[in-house]
Design a protein around this ligand. Structure first.
Ligand SMILES: Cc1ncc(COP(=O)(O)O)c(C=O)c1O
Length: 403
């Protein structure tokens, strides 16, 4: 078979960094204040303005060192402990569940929807029925007896979960909703941005995400008390932020963490936030082109634009039905690599990893859709900095392999 390989390797994701961003970061480096300070405050305020709609409660944004840190801080703020459990999804990155394990709590896993691999209200109710018992209106794990305190839905690839359904189930059982929105900036569900729905939402600014600060994250909440507590606990449980300390006195009011974001990162974030809409426009343009070009390939399942809002298009995940498609997922991945095109898998289900398997004994039979996704799924290159010729290469390669 004749294959035309690209001259240079095209990764499945790359950050897009403008000259303006480089200039802003350089100014911070020259300023003498490089850790958490005025840039973090500015980034937090501008982030709140970005996601907030006029008819909604005031949103507080708290910048942190990663989404993992933000999830950990949110659980800590609600008093999560070793006798607690939280429900999350089986198809996610380890961070969504590992933060539960930081407390020696129990992650209870839902299966995922066959159509977009998200947690749904229906799956959540099934999981509660299967793995939880109800006592005095509260939920407890059937397996460990731990008190279920939170739901951690994950907007996979940036496709928003059914937040209305999930929140109404949470309210019924007195559960907090902590959204893992690592993929979901800037995503919208029913005319309201992700970041304004749950009790807490946590975004990631890791290198490949919708916007980046290198490493970093943002926690949003409309609960001022929680926001204030988390501002303290992200920096050692100290009652004043370093930048706000005109005098030598400060007090440690609690055990805290070292999860603050430095100004170097925030300066990059401020510029990325300004560019976020154009990044998203370009990602959507590429995603719609892929869908249009590949829609009639047999056995290829494509993602679709969200009916109820806006997909952030962080990832372009496809599935190949091995009984219909010309080649299976592993061959597609190999053949793309031969053509110098990268791809990845999001995600190996949590129950497949040795740590989770050994510690929690999850049974594959409980997660049929997650298992099917694991056999079939692949993420193809999608990032704002892709040139038209990069896009053309991916379009052509996938067609030549699958048709
Ligand atoms: C679904 C999900 N949640 C959480 C995280 C953790 O993000 P961070 O690297 O900012 O801690 C990731 C990272 O890729 C992720 O994919």
């Amino acid at each position: 078979m004749i294959r035309t390989a690209r001259k240079t390797f095209l990764p499945f994701a790359l950050p897009t960094i403008s000259e303006e961003a480089i200039e802003e970061v350089t100014q911070v480096l020259r300023s003498g204040w490089i850790t958490s300070g005025p840039k973090v405050k500015q980034f937090e305020m501008e982030f709140s303005d970005y996601i907030q709609s006029s008819n909604h409660n005031t949103i507080e944004s708290v910048a942190v060192s990663s989404a993992t840190a933000g999830l950990h801080l949110a659980l800590s703020a609600i008093g999560f402990d070793r006798d607690s459990a939280a429900i999350t999804t089986s198809v996610t990155f380890t961070a969504s569940a590992e933060v539960i394990c930081y407390f020696d709590g129990e992650p209870i896993l839902t299966d995922v929807s066959g159509s977009n691999n998200n947690m749904t209200g229906e799956l959540l109710l099934q999981t509660i029925d299967q793995f939880c018992k109800i006592k005095d209106g509260k939920l407890y794990s059937k397996k460990t007896g731990k008190h279920v305190k939170a739901i951690i839905p994950v907007h996979i690839a940036g496709d928003p979960c059914e937040m209305e359904e999930i929140i109404s189930i949470a309210r019924k059982f007195n559960l907090y909703v902590i959204e893992d929105a690592a993929h979901a900036f800037p995503a919208v569900y029913k005319n309201q941005m992700i970041g304004t729905w749950g009790d807490f939402t946590v975004f990631s600014f890791y290198a490949t995400k919708g916007i980046t600060t290198g490493e970093g994250g943002m926690l949003t909440t409309s609960n001022k008390k929680f926001a204030d507590a988390i501002r303290r606990s992200r920096l050692h449980g100290i009652n004043k932020q370093a930048f706000d300390r005109p005098s030598w006195y400060y007090e440690v009011t609690d055990t805290g963490f070292k999860y603050n974001m430095p100004d170097i990162a925030a300066a990059l974030g401020i510029v990325q936030l300004k560019e976020a809409h154009s990044f998203w426009n370009r990602r959507e343009e590429i995603a719609l082109r892929y869908i249009n070009e590949w829609k009639s390939i047999p056995g290829l399942k494509l993602p679709h634009a969200t009916e109820n809002g806006r997909h952030s298009w962080h990832l372009f995940r496809i599935e190949l039905d091995p009984s219909i498609a010309k080649v299976g997922r592993d061959s597609l991945c190999e053949e793309l690599k031969d053509r110098n095109i990268g791809s990845s898998l999001h995600f190996i289900p949590l129950f497949e990893h040795s740590y989770y398997k050994k510690k929690f004994n999850y049974l594959r039979d409980h997660y049929p859709n997650a298992c099917q996704m694991y056999d079939r799924c692949l993420s193809l290159p999608l990032f704002a900095g892709m040139t038209d010729s990069d896009v053309e290469d991916v379009v052509t390669a996938v067609k030549s392999i699958l048709i």
